[in-house]
Design a protein around this ligand. Structure first.
Ligand code: UFG
Length: 343
């Protein structure tokens, strides 16, 4: 089989860089495209170093620019596109909804217009467990009904899911799509050469923990200890970033090898294992031998109590399984923070 080419929009970011590594290591040609609006060159350089691919193509493109995206599709023999290029801060989306709707919808529309024009393109969209809202029952399967989004960010995920489904349906077989619904991606590559690089104060739990442990932040606030969960703190499904990245390789391979059962498929990407905030903090301290300064604080508005995946469909249909333990993942997250600090 000749080599297939995958365009990765937002390929220099946290998830995009890990996915690029796994695709390259699985034998795909990769084109990284990013406008560096929310990342610097660190991870792109890390991808080249890990894979030994100094020649890895990088295209600096704003995906809202439809002509520029079409030019990319004309320049490279793209078999599949993985779309990450989007804003992702829940709180910011509440304050700046138009910015989120414009960017997250327009960038995806550009990808779909270009893919449709070219034809025979497989489209993988990075969706989120946020589409399930506060679920009535856990774990959630792909058939669990979606709930109205609680933020413009979440709404863009729901809307892009629908846009992809409708576009694939109307394409008469020219386009195929997979929606991957991520739970909580955390950790870093075992090489510690790529990882999460939040700008400013991190919104997410693990970067806040590692920055507190290294001394960049004073104290971690655990948002809420009166939830109806075993220890009163929220439960999530924390998925190792390398495991998550590998799910993309399985999904792309399924598409390019024509193994799909429907023209637009959806998969949960999670471990199936609930972990509370308190458990995560304790595990981080134990596995890394560091003491974390933390305190309980009021609940954060918009947080759901508990959500975790039923990953059976991805396990059985794609053959993908999460393999890494939470301890391995938290070790990698800490190694990355230490690497950043030069320690
Ligand atoms: N948390 C704290 N303190 C912090 C940060 C987070 O206690 O400083 C808690 C939160 O309250 C929550 C848990 O840690 O209970 C996880 O919070 P994150 O912000 O890391 O992740 P979320 O589950 O809120 O959100 C993530 C992604 C979203 C995605 C959502 C889907 O960041 O993009 O999962 O469920 F939409």
């Amino acid at each position: 089989m000749s080599k297939k080419t995958v365009l990765v929009s937002g390929g220099a970011g946290f998830i995009g860089s890990h996915v690029s590594v796994e695709l390259l290591q699985a034998g795909y040609d990769v084109v990284v495209a990013d406008n560096f609006s929310n990342c610097d060159r660190t991870c792109f350089e890390g991808v080249k170093k890990i894979t030994g691919r100094e020649d890895l193509p990088l295209e600096i493109v704003d995906f809202c620019d439809e002509a520029a995206v079409k030019a990319l599709f004309a320049k490279y023999p793209i078999d599949a596109v993985i779309h990450f290029a989007a804003y992702k801060a829940v709180g910011e989306s509440v304050a700046k909804p138009l910015m989120y709707y414009r960017n997250n919808l327009q960038s995806f529309l550009s990808v779909l217009e270009a893919a449709q024009e070219k034809g025979n393109v497989n489209v993988l969209f990075s969706s989120s467990a946020t589409v399930y809202g506060e679920p009535d029952a856990v774990p959630v399967t792909e058939d669990t009904p979606r709930k109205p989004a609680t933020s413009p960010y979440g709404n863009t995920k729901t809307m892009c899911e629908d846009i992809l489904r409708d576009t694939v349906k109307a394409s008469g077989g020219k386009l195929k799509g997979i929606l991957l619904r991520y739970f909580n991606p955390i950790g870093a590559h075992p090489s510690a050469l790529i990882g999460e690089l939040p700008r400013g104060v991190p919104n997410n739990l693990v970067p806040f923990i590692t920055q507190t442990a290294i001394g960049k932040r004073e104290c971690l606030s655990i948002f809420g200890n009166d939830y109806p969960t075993p220890d009163g703190t929220c439960q999530r499904d924390y998925i190792d970033i390398v495991d998550l990245a590998k799910a993309h390789v399985y999904a792309v391979t399924r598409m390019v090898e024509g193994k799909m059962k429907e023209e637009c498929e959806v998969f949960n990407v999670g471990t199936g294992r609930p972990v509370s905030v308190m458990e995560l903090v304790n595990a981080f301290e134990k596995v890394n031998g560091v003491k974390l300064n933390w305190k309980f604080a009021p609940r954060r508005p918009g947080d759901v109590t508990a959500i975790w995946a039923d990953p059976t469909k991805a396990n059985n249909e794609m053959g993908w399984h999460a393999t890494r333990t939470i301890e391995e993942t938290l070790k990698a997250a800490w190694a990355w923070e230490c690497h950043l600090a030069g320690k």
